[in-house]
Design a protein around this ligand. Structure first.
Ligand SMILES: [Zn+2]
Length: 122
């Protein structure tokens, strides 16, 4: 351990993880893999899915209560982190999956701005 890691203003490790534009979805999934994969793998997909659903429940509460913007943002981050964890355990590349399914437009109507009927799942 070195003193530099306690410098909150600017740490080297922080700069290794992202640049001023933040991180890509792929980099985020990789970061989550580095942080948690060993634990995630031993817990397995069922246990991981339970935690994911718990986080979804917390996001629901934060949205319903609607009184703490900082907490709401954290709950979104938690849900995305657990989704990345599940993707790691299931062997899915999230960025690739998103690119294949959504970058060319709505998966159903194929338009850049969805024109699907409101009553149907897009
Ligand atoms: Zn559509």
């Amino acid at each position: 351990m070195n003193n530099h890691s306690f410098d909150a203003s600017s740490s080297e490790s922080e700069h290794e993880l992202h640049d001023k534009n933040g991180i890509s979805l792929s980099q985020f999934q990789s970061l989550i893999r580095t942080m948690f994969y060993e634990k995630d793998q031993s817990r397995g997909i069922e246990g991981t899915f339970m935690w994911f659903m718990e986080e979804v429940g917390e996001l629901s509460s934060a949205l319903r209560e609607n009184n703490n913007p900082e907490n709401l943002a954290e709950e979104f981050a938690d849900v995305l982190a657990w989704l990345a964890t599940m993707a790691n355990v299931a062997g899915v590349d999230l960025e690739q999956a998103v690119n294949q399914k959504y970058v060319q437009g709505c998966p159903r109507c194929h338009q850049p701005i969805c024109t699907c009927d409101l009553s149907r799942k897009p």
